[in-house]
Design a binder for this molecule. Structure first.
Ligand code: KG4
Ligand code: ZN
Length: 337
């Protein structure tokens, strides 16, 4: 079964054709990053408008790359939640038009679940596993029992981890998005130069929750307090120390979740799963079998959307033309489980 995936939940406009949920035939992705850079972050109104301008072109590029005709496509899967409403609506409207014109079924898929499908594009993955879904909008520690059954164990009580990378980078004048720049600078720095505190949240009911506002404040406004005697307060050292603390905060909770659940499989996904220190740390963790997607499938892409959608379409499921977009999904919202 060949599924067309459509992704436009934030600042990437992406189309992909994927066979049987795993074999990526073609993907075309237009990232708006260059357009948002001068604002040091994604401007929702601009993102929606840019999707409108590019959506048709990216779709045609994907079909051309695949060398397929619409008749050979069996269904359409589109991200319809969560995300920026204006951006989501562009992809959703376009996906509906195609499915209607072709007389093919349409399914709306969850962006978070799609990120968790991303490693499956390379090799099958057994359930259950513990997931670390880390991006600009989410920091979730979760248990996945199937491609659609996910229980959130912990989340951030304030900023998402990717957001913390982006805000720190912005304040340091490193531009947007911040994750990759900080990662690159950190490679030349000493992560022990600054000893930033990790949050200690006393949340008996939600023991796997994390927080990033304290770390952000420490890095931006109190950094001298945390410089080790004799250490050099250089930018690479600051980036390396921030990155280590940000990632270790997640890994600490993940390790507790591994102990509590006894699960030995761990999957990291989302934009921050591209972080080299996170990947190195997970790879070195001998008690668990860690998986993370290839770098190109960590950030937003339509291949993961088509892959996840295949599972629903293959079961004969589809949505009606009244399918709407949702900016938030209750079960993934901070504090709600
Ligand atoms: O999944 P994604 O493309 O979009 C969202 O759904 O948010 O993730 C984007 C986020 C940004 O915050 C970006 O700074 C972060 O992923 N990111 C990284 C790295 N590459 C991207 N964070 C840390 N290290 C990286 N190498
Ligand atoms: Zn994403």
């Amino acid at each position: 079964m060949i599924v067309l995936g459509v992704e436009s939940s934030c600042d990437e406009c992406s189309f992909a054709l994927v066979e049987d949920g795993r074999r990526v035939i073609a993907e075309a992705t237009y990232s708006q990053i260059e357009e948002h850079k001068r604002f040091d972050g994604v401007v929702p109104e601009l993102a929606g408008r840019l999707h409108v301008q590019r959506v048709s072109q990216v779709y045609h590029e994907c079909l051309k790359l695949a060398g397929l005709r619409p008749q050979e496509i069996d269904g359409v899967a589109v991200t319809n939640r969560p995300g920026l409403l204006g951006s989501l609506l562009v992809g959703l409207g376009f996906a509906k038009s195609l499915a209607w014109a072709w007389g093919k079924p349409l399914v709306g898929v969850d962006h978070i679940l799609a990120h968790l499908w991303a490693p499956q594009l390379e090799a099958p993955l057994d359930y259950p596993f513990l997931g670390l879904l880390v991006s600009g909008g989410h920091s979730l520690i979760l248990q996945a029992d199937s491609f659609e059954q996910v229980t959130v164990l912990g989340t951030t009580i304030d900023d998402a981890v990717g957001e913390a990378f982006d805000k720190v980078a912005k304040a340091l004048g490193l531009g947007y998005p911040g994750g990759k720049v900080i990662d690159t600078l950190a490679a030349e720095g000493d992560s022990r130069a600054f000893v930033f505190p990790k949050p200690r949240l006393l949340k008996r009911d939600n023991p796997y929750d994390v927080s990033y506002s304290g770390l952000k404040t420490a890095v931006l406004h109190q950094r001298d307090r945390f410089l080790r005697p004799g250490a050099e307060p250089s930018l690479p050292n600051l980036c390396a120390s921030f990155q280590k603390t940000a990632v270790d905060t997640l890994l600490l909770k993940l390790k507790q979740a591994v102990q509590a659940t006894g699960l030995k499989r761990v999957v990291a996904a989302g934009g921050v799963a591209a972080n080299s220190y996170l990947r190195r740390s997970l790879g070195a963790w001998t008690q668990v079998q860690a998986r993370y997607p290839a770098l190109r499938y960590c950030t937003d892409n339509a291949s993961m959307v088509a892959g996840l959608g295949y599972n629903l379409l293959a079961r004969g499921e589809h949505h009606g033309w009244a399918l709407g977009a949702e900016s938030r999904v209750r079960r993934f919202k901070n504090g709600l489980r």
